[in-house]
Design a protein around this ligand. Structure first.
Ligand code: TLP
Length: 344
């Protein structure tokens, strides 16, 4: 049977032979006692790579973001974020449930809001009947906007705003590796502007499970306690950390290929009269585009019948994500399938 081309997400990748080998051979211990040498190595490596005092291995991107929001806030606080942010749309309302806080979403352009847009939303300290603004949060790259990169000048500007108003600054850097490879700005520089960052190992980097969060030692100590309280204290989890460490050490530079694959696809999509894509959003490995004469559901079904599996992004949009388990040849095939489905 012909293999489907699965571009639903970069989360679908499977660990390679070499990655499985390091997992098999991983030295392990009880991580609840902080005695798993492989977890400790991963956390040390991630902290160094991100230029932070400490890092913590967590089970998922959602857990990473939610832990960061939790340690930065108290109940009744408010977090400024972008309208299409993952923390606002895809994290099950967890800020309210896990931390007793609310989010204040601002509509950005290409997933990016500016300091000028954000400043008027910062609550006056004197307004005791309002929530307390505590955190400014951004997502880089921005998933729903189509893998877009937050410009470094804007990141700095929001950081200055945070400092001016004594606020914390958090980055959902699930795909910060993609931003770094695309811009040439180191992950260390990106991370330097933030109090906390959450970065995924299980997306483009190809690890089966896990994210790391990083920040000051005090903040990460706090996160260690909360992770346990949320049932996230894992035992001989070095088996998984080994995959994450392998991913960080080997799979960052190759993301460039995923960006090339996305740009090949995007250029074919842009030439198709029945599809619409804003080429300004084509910056990394995620494409968000619209079918003009067909519903998203119908498009997904027709593409799937021909062996191309996509997902839906924001309302009215299809989403295609390139990753290490899809070859250039399969991208050529995907382009043919687009022509067959949308050119008729
Ligand atoms: N995103 C998933 C879906 O939830 C949409 C995907 O397929 O892209 N931050 C960002 C920016 C993300 O894109 C995701 C996952 C997460 C956080 C959460 O990561 P996980 O799924 O590991 O909890």
């Amino acid at each position: 049977m012909k293999k489907n081309i699965d571009l639903r997400s970069d989360t679908i990748t499977r660990p390679s032979e070499e990655m499985r080998k390091v997992m098999y051979e991983a030295e392990v211990g009880d991580d609840v006692f902080k005695e798993d040498p492989t977890v400790n190595r991963l956390q040390g490596y991630a902290a160094e790579l991100l230029g932070k005092e400490a890092a913590l291995f967590v089970s998922s991107g959602v857990m990473g973001n939610q832990l960061c929001l939790n340690i930065l806030t108290s109940p009744r606080d408010e977090v400024i974020c972008e309208m299409d942010a993952h923390i606002f749309n895809y994290e099950s309302g967890s800020p309210a449930v896990l931390s007793g806080i609310q989010l204040l979403p601002i509509t950005g352009k290409y997933g990016v809001y500016t300091p000028e847009q954000a400043e008027p939303f910062i609550r006056p300290k004197s307004a005791y009947y309002m929530p307390t603004t505590r955190v400014i949060a951004i997502e880089n790259t921005h998933n729903r906007a189509g893998g877009t990169i937050n410009p470094i000048s804007n990141i700095k500007g929001l950081g200055e705003l945070a400092r001016k108003h004594n606020l914390y600054y958090h980055m959902d850097g699930a795909r910060i590796w993609n931003a770094s490879v695309a811009t040439g700005i180191s992950v260390k520089e990106y991370a330097s502007y933030f109090d906390t960052i959450s970065c995924c190992l299980s997306k483009g980097l190809g690890a089966p499970v896990g994210s790391v969060i990083a920040g000051s030692k005090d903040l990460i100590d706090k996160a260690f306690r909360i992770r346990k309280a949320w049932g996230g204290g894992m035992r001989q989890v070095g088996i998984l950390a080994a995959a994450g460490l392998y991913a960080l050490q080997n799979n960052i530079p190759r993301l460039k290929e995923d960006h090339e694959k996305a740009s090949m696809l995007a250029s074919a999509i842009s030439k198709n009269p029945n599809l619409e894509i804003d080429m300004n959003t084509v910056q990394t490995n995620i494409l968000a585009f619209r079918p003009k004469n067909m519903s998203v559901e119908q498009s997904l079904e027709k593409l799937a019948q021909k062996g191309l599996i996509l997902s839906s992004g924001k309302v009215g949009f299809l989403r295609a994500v390139t990753h290490l388990d899809v070859s250039f040849e399969e991208i050529e095939q995907a382009i043919k399938i687009f022509e067959e489905v949308f050119n008729k």
